[in-house]
Design a protein around this ligand. Structure first.
Ligand code: SAM
Length: 346
């Protein structure tokens, strides 16, 4: 009656069912500072000691630590005095605040904002639109007005989004030889993580971070050191204000925010501003043409539904948008990481 494959079905089902429990355990251990404490203490600690130092209940902390062991975020050693916990390599690298590759801020953005929006996923599918009104009581007429509903929320967004470029930034910037392009605008460049990767790989280039005025202010104050001469700033609204002439425009995770009409509006404007021989570099997570995945891109596309106005797209969909705006010689490079690159030339 049942094949070996059938026997795996319940396991898959339970794994999916428990997906959000797993996320929440990781978020909570990060938020409470478990991984930071264990990094600082340079050895293993008992659950009582961790609970005391982090000001939590002993019973809650013991269960959190054991679940982290199950997730391979911690290792446990049984000694005569009891269980002692220490970080795994993954936690030291990605979950501690001080690591250069830390994803702490990204996880906190997921825990405090994305998670709340996903509570209304069913409504988002019914309505076909984002859920800021239900989740936070703010109008979503102006998408970034809703996303940046407070200064604190905007800063969390900036830290959260910036974190990924310490892992994937080099791959997307190196996907094509960008050395012929010396004047580069990173449109919607946010906190500048990708701009930093760009100037480190192409030392002859200058990158201007073009973003909304309040984002540029925070990028200057908190993210880009003032001695960084190769990075400059431009405050503006890329839909309403002029876009200056450049050799290359980077659009990283910009088009996925918007429906096709707005993407066309922006790409057409960029095409007009672009120097002949210049280009546009799209950095996005790409869906397979045959709709089979990758799962990450499909999940992010759902996230665009609950959080934005756009969606993730296939290489063909992006190529069509670029071609309709006038760009030619369109090349797609899959990096094998989370984000891929598409280059179009004028
Ligand atoms: N490119 C960055 C990255 O990948 O980390 C940020 C991507 S984020 C999804 C979108 C960015 O576009 C934000 O920094 C936002 O402030 C900026 N943005 C949104 N609307 C804009 C507009 N009308 N003019 C300029 N920047 C805008």
């Amino acid at each position: 009656m049942s094949s070996t494959e059938d026997l795996d079905y319940p396991q898959i089902l339970f794994q999916y069912n428990n997906g959000f429990l797993v996320s929440k355990i990781m978020f909570t251990a990060c938020e409470l500072g478990v991984f930071d404490l264990l990094l600082k203490s340079e050895g293993s600690l008992s659950s009582d000691a961790i609970a005391e130092r982090l000001g939590t209940s002993i019973s809650g902390m013991e269960r959190l630590l054991d679940a982290c062991v199950g997730l391979k975020l911690l290792e446990v050693e049984m000694k005569s005095e009891g269980a002692f916990y220490r970080n795994t390599e993954l936690s030291n690298l990605y979950l501690t605040k001080s690591s250069p590759k830390s994803q702490y801020h990204n996880l906190m953005y997921y825990s405090k904002t994305v998670y709340l929006c996903w509570h209304y996923l069913t409504d988002a599918v019914r309505d076909g639109k984002n859920q800021y009104e239900r989740a936070f009581g703010v109008s979503s007429k102006d998408l970034f007005g809703a996303l940046y509903r407070s200064e604190e929320e905007m800063i969390q967004f900036m830290y959260g989004l910036n974190a990924i470029w310490s892992i994937c930034g080099r791959d997307v910037i190196a996907a094509f030889d960008l050395s012929p392009f010396t004047v580069i605008y990173d449109l919607g460049g946010c906190a500048g993580g990708l701009a930093q990767e760009c100037i480190s790989l192409y030392p002859k280039s200058t990158v201007t971070i073009y973003d909304l005025p309040k984002v540029v202010q925070v990028a200057k104050e908190r993210f880009v050191p003032p001695e960084e001469r190769q990075i400059t700033f431009h405050e503006g609204d890329f839909f309403k204000d002029p876009i200056p002439e450049a050799d290359l425009y980077i659009l990283a995770r910009i088009l996925h925010d918007w429906a096709d009409g707005k993407c066309m509006q922006l790409l057409t404007k960029i095409y007009k501003a672009c120097k002949p021989g210049g280009g546009v570099l799209l950095v996005e997570t790409l869906l397979n043409e045959d709709k089979t995945g990758p799962l990450e891109a499909q999940l992010y596309s759902m996230n665009m539904l609950v959080q934005a106005e756009g969606k993730e797209r296939t290489p063909t969909e992006y190529s069509k948008l670029l071609a309709a705006a006038g760009f030619r010689e369109i090349q797609v490079k899959k990096t094998g990481k989370l984000y891929d690159a598409i280059l179009g030339r004028k």
